[in-house]
Design a protein. Structure first.
Length: 130
């Protein structure tokens, strides 16, 4: 399982990395690789080098925001299987619907609790081949 955490906050990246490590300790997921990017441009560099299964993506970042990342990932046929979970402060109904329509597979609003992250991951990973 390859996870890419994209957020301009180092603290948020660290928190999400720790939660991913706890979640993917399950026997069904024997291998976990976590990659981090501080903005969308850096995320695109990682995507070109690694096959990412799940991306946790902030919306508001410098250089290339989350919406632009979703557009770029969904425009690239090689990245179609990447599951995108928005992890952002943008929690209004219009924002959520916009990103889901663009191709996000899940949505979490900051600040989030570990159980909410786990439930979101349960939904996302249930659709993936283990």
């Amino acid at each position: 399982m390859n996870i890419l955490i994209v957020d301009d906050s180092k603290i948020i990246r660290r928190v999400l990395s720790n939660v991913m490590t706890r979640y993917f300790k399950k026997p069904a997921w024997p291998e976990l690789n976590i990659f981090e990017a501080e903005d969308g441009l850096e995320a695109m560099k990682v995507m070109k080098k690694e096959q990412i299964d799940i991306m946790l993506l902030d919306w508001n970042m410098p250089n290339m925001n989350g919406e632009q990342v979703v557009d770029a990932v969904r425009a690239n046929k090689e990245w179609n299987k990447t599951r995108i979970v928005m992890a952002t402060t943008e929690g209004g109904k219009a924002s959520v619907l916009k990103m889901i329509k663009k191709g996000a597979n899940g949505y979490m609003v900051k600040p989030f609790q570990e159980d909410v992250i786990f439930k979101t991951l349960d939904t996302i990973t249930a659709r993936m081949v283990k």
